[in-house]
Ligand binder design. Structure first.
Ligand SMILES: Cc1cc2nc3c(=O)[nH]c(=O)nc-3n(C[C@H](O)[C@H](O)[C@H](O)COP(=O)(O)OP(=O)(O)OC[C@H]3O[C@@H](n4cnc5c(N)ncnc54)[C@H](O)[C@@H]3O)c2cc1C
Length: 454
């Protein structure tokens, strides 16, 4: 039976969609079609007062509360069965202060919108690699991507935020005001409140030399061995993530390579002038394809969006790595070629460089000594393949556990309640104290949940 949300529509100014609405299925849909949650209602909040009103309504009526930014979370943490979804998609305004190199970004904005807006002013922000991802979830989890080695994690560029707390109060946090809250937002996920605005420090950059250099999958061990030695010694401005993937069946890829399983490195370097390091990287081995070209940053950050539209089935696992010994290379060479579907993939994001020069307790992100953030993603449009993609991601990541750091990235984990403590690593206890201060009743529980300290 549908849960009554009578009175919610008049409590918030934004639109409320309940189970009786004709577009309920559209409104409740998440990026990952493997997750099928049926909330009591979705409230499209328009400002902080709306968020506070929706929170008050949910608490008063005993509804669990989920906060939805871009809805990209693998485990569907932007929604909740029988509860109230506070949707932030209407709160997506972006203001760029070019002389100050700052961008103020609404809590429901998408990465592609931010990069487009900053690009207009010759600026950019290091974020994730798919444009339709939400700034909210990505930032609160940390944010890794093409530019991390040179510019840090997304959180390393977060200087202030506006947050609606569980009691409905609105607070500003920065280095001087509520500094523990800002510390916790930088990697502690959505545990502390609804972030309605993020203020980021931006970097002058408009174009990158970027693209994949792809090799025969039979060369995987050789390519990965070379990469694990080359990358950590390379200058910060060059970054590349190692990947197993299948070549997408369309342009710009040559037809004879379509759907071929390959391994390779997806390189990114700011500017258009090729550095010695990138030249050296491109000269390694015998690639099947070298797709490196100058490309505007917003285009590079949306280059994979068409391959991964909303509505596919996804199964995710994550793990941090400090090294990739030969035994781990062998595990990769065994499991990579077993990708069960053409969209399934494994990436090792480079998160050393600038990101590793921040102290482990300077932000809530507890893996500053990691060199790679690994993601094992089984992906396919057909629900009939859900078990196959899950089994592969689980078996692959399990086989690499002996070589990992024992923690997965907050944003790359699903159905892993036993791993939550380790996601926050050495910072968990401090996070639990901040949680007790700002959300003692655990109103914000639909996330990689931190229990308030006693
Ligand atoms: C195709 C794809 C590619 C990805 N690539 C990358 C990548 O390159 N790098 C990377 O680091 N991650 C990447 N991710 C992971 C991504 O960071 C997470 O899925 C993240 O949770 C998405 O954020 P969202 O706002 O879209 O998600 P949502 O599902 O809306 O939210 C996720 C979590 O964050 C909370 N949340 C969201 N916004 C707010 C807010 N404003 N205030 C408070 N809480 C909030 C939610 O409550 C929920 O717990 C990728 C994900 C996908 C699906």
């Amino acid at each position: 039976m549908a849960i009554s949300v009578e009175g919610l529509g008049s409590a918030v100014k934004g639109r409320v969609v309940d189970a009786a609405a004709p577009d309920y299925d559209e409104a409740r849909a998440l990026y990952n079609a493997m997750i099928d949650k049926r909330p009591a209602a979705i409230a499209y909040c328009t400002d902080e007062a709306d968020v506070a009103a929706a929170l008050a309504y949910g608490i008063e009526h005993g509804l669990r509360i989920a906060v939805r930014g871009g809805g990209h979370n693998g485990g569907g943490l932007g929604s909740v069965d029988d509860g109230l979804v506070i949707d932030l998609s209407q709160m997506n305004a972006i203001e760029v202060d070019a002389p100050a190199k700052m961008a103020r970004v609404g809590g429901g904005a998408l990465l592609k919108d931010v990069l487009e807006a900053t690009h207009q002013h010759g600026l950019t922000l290091p974020v994730g690699i798919i444009g339709t991802t939400g700034v909210g979830g990505l930032t609160l989890g940390g944010g890794m991507g093409h530019l991390t080695r040179g510019m840090g994690l997304t959180i390393d560029n977060l200087v202030a935020a506006t947050v609606v707390l569980a009691d409905g109060s609105v607070v500003q946090t920065d280095a001087e005001r509520e500094p523990e809250l800002l510390w916790a937002l930088c990697g502690g996920g959505g545990n502390f409140g609804v972030v309605t605005s993020f203020s980021f420090r931006c970097h002058p950059a408009t174009t990158v030399l970027a693209g994949p250099v792809l090799y025969d999958i039979g060369d995987a061990a050789e390519v990965l061995t070379w990469y694990r030695d080359f990358l950590p010694a390379a200058p910060d401005e060059v970054s590349g993530f190692f990947a197993f993937l299948s070549i997408p069946p369309g342009p710009p890829f040559p037809e004879e390579l379509h759907l071929r399983k390959v391994c390779g490195i997806v390189w990114t370097q700011p500017g258009e002038e090729e550095s010695d390091a990138l030249r050296e990287a491109r000269s390694f081995g015998t690639p099947l394809l070298d797709g490196i070209a100058p490309v505007p940053i917003p285009a590079w950050n949306t280059a994979f969006d068409a391959v991964y539209p909303a509505g596919d089935q996804w199964y995710w696992r994550g793990e941090f790595f400090k090294e990739i010994p030969d035994e781990a290379v062998a595990v990769h060479a065994e499991f990579g070629p077993q990708m069960p579907t053409w969209k399934s993939t494994m990436h090792l994001y480079a998160i050393d460089g600038a990101a590793s020069r921040v102290a482990n307790d300077a932000t809530a992100w507890a893996y500053r000594d990691a060199i790679w953030g690994g993601v094992f993603a089984g992906v396919d449009p057909d629900p009939a393949n859900a078990a196959a993609i899950r089994d592969w991601a689980v078996a692959y990541s399990d086989a690499l556990k002996p070589y990992g750091m024992g923690g997965g990235y907050v944003n790359f984990e699903m159905d892993a309640p036993d791993r939550v403590h380790r996601m926050y690593g050495a910072n968990y206890d401090r996070l639990a104290r901040v949680k007790a201060q700002y959300d003692p009743d655990n109103v914000f529980s639909v996330n990689q949940n931190i229990k308030p300290a006693a």
